[in-house]
Design a protein around this ligand. Structure first.
Ligand SMILES: Nc1nc2c(ncn2[C@@H]2O[C@H](COP(=O)(O)OP(=O)(O)OP(=O)(O)O)[C@@H](O)[C@H]2O)c(=O)[nH]1
Length: 417
């Protein structure tokens, strides 16, 4: 779903630039130059369709931030932009439940806004769990989190916490108070860490000790027990968001590194190393059937030589998409060059051959087009269900069959004889 952003800005030049920035973030812009106009537009739509509103503090018909109140009352998160440098304007803005406040100083604000919009959209799929015995504290945190579009979860204690986390895969961050009714937060963190690794769940410990020494002891205890960060109460909103965002971004970076390490650079398919680790997991499960197919595009050198390397790359990418579509529930991989592999767990050789053959036919019928030039390609496939302890043995048998398929004229499948 493509979200909308309600933009209320009276300066025409700025309006044009902001529209471009928001459009570039792949969001639909609904713009108005006055509050009256914004109200008229908004009356026909539901707030759920909006990611946020970007609102100028000073509008011709709303000179003191009234447009902010309108957006908040309409349940849309608000980002305020203003050219005012006065302290009372800043204080007035920050006294309202806004997401952020951006002074119109220089061109950098557009870059900042662009990153903020992307963050707000991503947050819609990210859950944050607040574990605190005090309802007031839980409400204060969840209301701040909702402002930034997070999915919020609350628990008054640690009862069945591991089950709750397992059942809610959207939760990427847990903020936990140390003074829970029947347990210390640090002990709960130590237990949670037995089941949820730092790569998949971030934890911020929290406590309301007013003494500096006690607070720094709580921090050390939390970190030693497996938390990633610490938030002392009372906290200011900006510190709260900085810590939340930093911990979420850390997880996103880990995820990005993991994806990059596991993917083939050209096609995005799992690479050979990742394929081996996936298949080995299946092999440890003692499956009834195990089938593996090795595939190789036919005369691919001729494709490169006749149409150029770029066209060859397009063929490899399109072939990969087709492979992923046909074998969406199996383990697939680009092994390198024009060689691909599919592991079909719990599929017998007899069941696999028609599936693989329908893929072979689909490849032979596809026109791989680049810059208006279309070419056809075929694929040879060697398939096996023979297995001796390791995946490498299956690859050896599949390779022998692939060799026979090439030798037998290509564009065909050869199974165990
Ligand atoms: N465009 C492109 N070509 C690649 C890539 N990796 C390997 N190749 C090319 O794939 C071709 C493989 O050629 P060969 O091993 O001779 O095999 P073939 O021409 O497909 O012939 P058969 O396998 O016998 O049907 C070579 O020209 C490689 O340069 C790549 O990432 N992109």
């Amino acid at each position: 779903m493509k979200y909308k952003v309600l933009l209320i800005e009276h300066d025409i030049v700025n309006l044009r630039v902001l529209k471009r920035v928001i459009g570039k973030a792949n969001l639909d812009v609904i713009s108005a130059t006055t509050l009256t106009q914004a109200k008229a537009i908004f009356s026909n739509t539901s707030p759920e369709a909006y990611l946020c509103a970007v609102v100028d503090y000073n509008l011709p018909d709303a000179q003191h931030g009234e447009a902010i109140d309108f957006a908040i009352d309409s349940f849309i998160p608000v980002v305020v932009i203003t050219s005012s440098t006065e302290d009372d304007v800043r204080n007035n803005i920050l006294s309202k439940a806004v997401v952020d406040y951006i002074p119109k100083k220089n061109a950098q604000i557009y870059e900042y806004l662009s990153r903020l919009l992307i963050r707000l959209e991503k947050n819609k799929n990210i859950g944050v769990l607040v574990v605190d015995s005090q309802r007031k504290q839980r409400n204060a945190m969840t209301s701040l989190l909702k402002r930034h579009n997070f999915i919020t979860h609350e628990r008054p204690n640690a009862e069945s916490l591991n089950n709750y986390l397992s059942e809610h895969a959207d939760i990427k961050l847990m903020i936990i108070d140390n003074d829970l009714k029947n347990e210390a937060g640090v002990d709960v963190v130590a237990d949670v860490r037995k089941h949820f690794h730092k790569d998949t769940l971030s934890i911020i410990g929290s406590s309301s000790s007013s003494a500096t020494e006690a607070s720094s002891r709580a921090l050390a205890n939390f970190i030693k027990s497996g938390a990633d960060d610490y938030l002392a109460k009372p906290y200011c909103h900006e510190e709260f968001f900085v810590r939340v965002i930093q911990n979420i971004e850390y997880l996103e970076q880990i995820e990005l590194i993991r994806k990059t390490a596991n993917a083939d650079y050209l096609t995005g398919l799992p690479n050979r190393r990742h394929f081996f680790s996936q298949v080995n997991e299946y092999l440890n499960r003692d499956l009834e059937h195990k089938t593996l197919a090795l595939m190789d595009l036919d005369f691919f050198k001729t494709v490169n030589d006749s149409y150029g390397h770029d066209h060859g790359d397009i063929v490899l990418k399109e072939f990969s998409k087709l492979l992923a579509k046909h074998f969406s529930t199996q383990c697939i991989s680009r092994f390198g060059g024009e060689e691909f592999c599919v592991f079909l767990p719990n599929v017998s050789l007899e069941e696999a051959i028609p599936l693989l053959d329908s893929f072979r036919v689909a490849v032979s019928k596809k026109r791989f087009i680049r810059k208006g030039v279309g070419i056809n390609c075929t694929v040879s496939i060697g398939v096996t269900s023979k297995f001796k302890r390791k995946v490498e043995s299956m690859l050896g048998y599949a390779d022998e069959n692939l060799y026979k398929a090439k030798d037998g004229g290509r564009n065909c499948i050869i199974g165990d004889g």
